[in-house]
Design a protein around this ligand. Structure first.
Ligand code: HPA
Length: 278
C-alpha cells in the first residue's frame, strides 16, 4: 500500500530536482521495457540522471542494472525516458512506480508511453512483431490504488490507452510501412512463466499478448491524470503455443534481435508528437 505521508515529500524533492536540472517538463515520458532501450540512441542532447538522485523513483536493488532517466529531444519533441521499472514480481508490491509517475505528472508531463516485452497469443503476431495495446486485462486483480482515499480513486479504465493517441500511432505505422497489430495485453504476475492452460484461458478471455508489467503503471498513470499509450514487443509465442521451452534468455535474445526496429519506431513515434495537442 502506498504511504502518501512518506511518498509526498519524496515527490516534491524529485520534482524540484528535475525542474532545477532540466527546466520545464517535456510533455512526453517513455517507460522503457526489454528490447526498447535502443530508443535512447535517437535522443539528441541527452542528459542522464540515476534514479538514486530522485527519491520518489524506484531505488535499484541489483548493482549493475541501468536505472536512470534520460532527458533530451527527438526531432522537435522533448522527452524523458525512464530506463528501469519496478516489477511486482520483485517484491509482491505493485505500487513501485507510483512515486515516479506522480513526480512526472507534478513536473508537467502529459503523456506516458509504456513499452514492454510480451508473449504472443496470436499466430499473426509472431516473435519480433509489435502490438499497440488497445486494452488490458488485470488477471491478478491487484491494484496499486488499494488504500488511496477520495472519489478519484475510482478511476475509469475504459479507453485507458488513449484512443486519439492510438489512432495517431496506427497512422504513423502505416506511413512507415510497419506492421502494427492492435490488441489486448494481459498482465500475469510472474516471475514464473504461465502454464499452457492459463494461456488458453487468457486467449478465451480475449487476450492477444501476455507480460509481467505495464498494468499497474497504467492504473497509476490514469489515477494521476496522465494519458497513456502502450507498445508491446513480442519476444516469444506464449506458453504451450510453440515447441520451444520458455526461458528468460530466449525472451532477451529475441528482444535484442528485434529491438532496433522497435526502438526506431518508438523514436519516430516520440518525434511525431511534436505539434500535437497532448
Ligand atoms: N509471459 C510473460 N511475460 C513475458 C513473456 C511471456 O510469455 N514473454 C516476455 N515477457
Amino acid at each position: 500500500m502506498i504511504d502518501n505521508k512518506t511518498l509526498d515529500p519524496a515527490i516534491t524533492a524529485s520534482v524540484e530536482k528535475l525542474q532545477s536540472l532540466f527546466g520545464n517538463a517535456p510533455e512526453v515520458a517513455v517507460v522503457l521495457g526489454s528490447g526498447w532501450a535502443g530508443a535512447v540512441s535517437h535522443v539528441q542532447d541527452a542528459r542522464n540522471l540515476p534514479y538514486t538522485e530522485l527519491p520518489a523513483f524506484p531505488q535499484p536493488k541489483v548493482e549493475g542494472h541501468v536505472n536512470e532517466i534520460v532527458v533530451g529531444t527527438i526531432g522537435e519533441q522533448r522527452v524523458i525516458f525512464l530506463r528501469g521499472r519496478a516489477h511486482t514480481y520483485e517484491s509482491g508490491d505493485c505500487t513501485g512506480m507510483a512515486g515516479a509517475l506522480r513526480s512526472l505528472k507534478r513536473w508537467g508531463v502529459k503523456v506516458v508511453v509504456q513499452t514492454n516485452a510480451s508473449g504472443s497469443l496470436r499466430s499473426h503476431m509472431p516473435p519480433g512483431s509489435l502490438m499497440l495495446i488497445a486494452d488490458h486485462i488485470n488477471a491478478p486483480q491487484r491494484s496499486p490504488l488499494v488504500g488511496e482515499q477520495g472519489s478519484h480513486r475510482f478511476v475509469d479504465m475504459v479507453n485507458a490507452y488513449d484512443a486519439d493517441l492510438r489512432k495517431h500511432a496506427l497512422a504513423l505505422a502505416k506511413r512507415e510501412n510497419l506492421m502494427l497489430g492492435e490488441g489486448t495485453y494481459c498482465w500475469a504476475l510472474g516471475p514464473q512463466f504461465e502454464t499452457a492452460a492459463e494461456i488458453r484461458m487468457f486467449a478465451a478471455w480475449g487476450a492477444d499478448a501476455v507480460g509481467m508489467s505495464t498494468v499497474p503503471e497504467t492504473i497509476l498513470a490514469r489515477h494521476a491524470g496522465l494519458k497513456v499509450l502502450g507498445l508491446a514487443l513480442m519476444t516469444n509465442m506464449a506458453a504451450g503455443l510453440s515447441a520451444e521451452a520458455l526461458t528468460h534468455d530466449l525472451t532477451l535474445k529475441q528482444a535484442q534481435m528485434s529491438g532496433e526496429r522497435a526502438s526506431a519506431f518508438l523514436a519516430a513515434l516520440v518525434s511525431s508528437f511534436a505539434g500535437l495537442e497532448l
